[in-house]
Design a protein around this ligand. Structure first.
Ligand SMILES: Nc1ncnc2c1ncn2[C@@H]1O[C@H](COP(=O)(O)OP(=O)(O)OP(=O)(O)O)[C@@H](O)[C@H]1O
Length: 595
């Protein structure tokens, strides 16, 4: 997604066009900024003409009164310039900040809708880097650079016209130098663009690595991997530095080159101009005026060459953000989605479903899977690791669509629903509960965003979590997760159960924890689950004998297929895969398994 595209479409500033809608949204501010830009440029262009008149008619005619009146007008001009410039600065920076804020929110919002298959191959650190580093580049482009470019373009055009008006002869010398400057500038610009995109890509890769490492810092320390990972990150940052260095070298060379060409043509103009004054072809004032205009024109051109580099960098950043915005969610709502009533029954049918993950080998992970789960029924799925049990859940939640066959919820095929509507009717209690860096109340509230505090507390009670929550320093307002209190495995699970209670969905997907909870936590979790499962269609990936004993039916999966199904007693007698698994996983007899 990154470096492989490094060399693609770097020839233009075209990616910036994608950002135009973000700018045109603020028409008033943009028009005001353009007015301020033009005013500041025009006022600056008046100055050399005023200087010439002062020299020729004030000093030349030995008229101090005229010089005095010029100076007082000049103070007024300076004030007007100051006002126009500060208004321009404010408006232009405002637009830059606004555009970046809008782009950031849009990219993040878009990312939250992308499908599981996108995240199977994407790196979250890299996306974060795009959200922060790339948008910052765009800010500087739309804030400073775009306004500089416009101001300098206006100045360059105005100053060039005024140069020709002042002295066509001298103008020819200056204008002849322009192609000599522009051609290499464009060449260098391309180099800068290519190299800075490479630097940004490398940095994004390094950020992805840092994010992954810091996210699992305990594992990193457990394997004494500190020095190795620091070295790896250091090398990645070094590569980014080297890439940035190359971009800087190209820009430095560009700046030096521009100054030499521009400086020499100014000296040449002065030289020839001086002899013209001696020969009486122009006045001293005209030469000063011409010189000031050519300095303005040259200054604008030099600034433009720098701005070109910055805009090119921003184009790279915009291109990378466009890539993200162009990824369409694979799982989307149909044009006319069917809706599930609040009283949905919760009947689930897997109709000869086959599925394989696109990013791994083409071997089917689920194959011809056929299962009907009646409303209110509890089905336990057991099977060896990698059999495809969790994949069933992913298919039912519609993170992925089957390659073949169909899954139906209350008789309607899943793609006929809006995925959000479908997911609102399924409560998932995962094996590893994710606890967010927020208060306990907010964490439980994930089950139902509009839930009241009383509902949240009732859900916690039903999940047998109220006691440990109330014992915490700030009760339901205690911050947990990142930078807060870390919860134990059993506590996390009860938070997940509370979420599911709050959600009160007709279908419950339960992925039992494999990690051994202590006997007390386990019995609390089990009790909480028992009351949650009542009256709901439940599909449970079972790791405990207690669960399989309670299930209405047990389905045994191996290599994506159902190999056996029935009750515990019937399957134990059959002496197939279940009997083997039961001996290994749940212990040889019921007593062991229940403990
Ligand atoms: N996101 C994914 N991308 C590619 N392959 C995947 C993905 N998730 C799972 N797999 C593969 O699909 C197969 C089935 O995985 P799944 O997680 O469904 O098995 P499971 O029965 O739940 O295993 P366990 O009991 O160990 O959790 C495995 O071979 C796994 O490597």
């Amino acid at each position: 997604m990154t470096t492989d595209k490094t060399n693609r479409s770097q020839k233009s500033l075209r990616p910036l066009i994608r950002l135009l809608p973000y700018i045109t949204r603020h028409k008033l501010m943009v028009s005001a900024a353009v007015v301020a830009l033009f005013s500041a440029a025009i006022i600056t262009l008046i100055l050399p003409a005023a200087v010439r008149r002062m020299i020729d008619f004030g000093f030349g005619a030995d008229d101090p009164a005229l010089v005095n009146s010029y100076f007082s007008v000049l103070i007024g001009v300076v004030c007007a310039l100051a006002l126009a410039s500060s208004v321009r600065y404010f408006l232009v920076m405002w637009i830059g900040e606004r555009v970046v804020a809008d782009v950031r929110s849009d990219v993040f919002a878009h990312m939250t809708y992308l499908s599981a298959s996108f995240y199977d191959s994407a790196k979250s650190g890299e996306i974060l880097s795009r959200l922060t580093a790339d948008t910052t580049q765009i800010k500087s482009a739309f804030g400073a650079s775009a306004s500089l470019a416009m101001r300098n373009l206006i100045m360059f055009a105005g100053a060039s016209v005024m140069m020709v008006v002042t002295s066509p002869r001298l103008s020819i010398i200056v204008l002849a130098a322009i192609p000599v400057i522009l051609v290499p500038v464009l060449g260098f610009g391309r180099q800068v663009r290519k190299r800075s995109r490479f630097a940004q890509d490398t940095l994004a890769d390094a950020s992805a690595y840092a994010g992954e490492m810091l996210g699992s810092v305990r594992t990193l320390q457990a394997f004494t991997y500190e020095a190795l990972s620091a070295g790896k990150y250091g090398r990645a940052v070094e590569t980014a530095f080297q890439a940035a260095r190359k971009a800087i070298v190209a820009r430095a060379a560009l700046t030096g080159f521009a100054i030499i060409v521009i400086g020499s043509s100014i000296v040449a103009v002065l030289w020839i101009g001086a002899s013209d004054v001696f020969a009486g072809r122009i006045t001293g004032g005209e030469l000063s005026q011409f010189l000031l205009y050519s300095i303005l024109a040259a200054g604008s051109l030099a600034a433009l060459s720098e701005v070109w580099g910055e805009l090119s960098q921003a184009a790279g950043a915009a291109e990378r953000l466009s890539e993200l915005l162009n990824v369409a969610p694979e799982i989307a709502a149909p044009a006319q989605p069917k809706t599930l009533p609040d009283t949905a029954r919760g009947e689930i049918i897997f109709d000869n479903v086959s599925f394989s993950y696109r990013n791994s080998s083409t071997l089917p992970v689920v194959e011809n899977f056929a299962l009907t789960i009646s409303p209110g029924e509890t089905v336990a799925v057991v099977g060896p690791s990698g059999a495809g049990k969790s994949t069933l859940f992913s298919l039912l939640m519609r993170y992925y669509d089957p390659v073949d066959g169909q899954i139906r919820f209350d008789g309607v095929a899943l793609p006929d629903f809006d995925p959000q509507d479908l997911r609102r009717h399924i409560a998932l209690v995962p094996q590893d509960t994710v606890v967010f860096g927020a208060s306990i109340a907010e964490n439980i509230g994930y089950g139902k965003p509009e839930a009241s505090r009383a509902e949240i507390e009732a859900a916690a009670k039903a999940a047998l979590a109220a006691d440990f929550i109330e014992a915490m320093p700030e009760g339901y307002d205690t911050i947990v997760g990142e930078r807060g209190i870390t919860l134990s495995g059993g506590q996390r699970q009860r938070i997940a159960i509370a979420r599911a209670v709050l959600k009160s969905a007709p279908v419950l997907l339960l992925d039992e924890a494999t990690s051994a909870l202590d006997a007390e936590s386990e019995s609390l979790v089990q009790q909480a689950l028992d009351s949650l499962m009542k009256g709901r269609t439940t599909l449970v990936i079972a790791h405990r004998l207690a669960t399989v004993l309670k299930a209405d039916r047990i389905v045994v999966m191996d290599q994506g297929k159902i190999v056996e199904s029935g009750t515990h007693d019937a399957l134990s007698k059959a002496d197939g895969l279940y009997a083997k698994l039961a001996r290994l996983q749940f212990g040889a007899d019921k007593k062991n398994g229940m403990s």
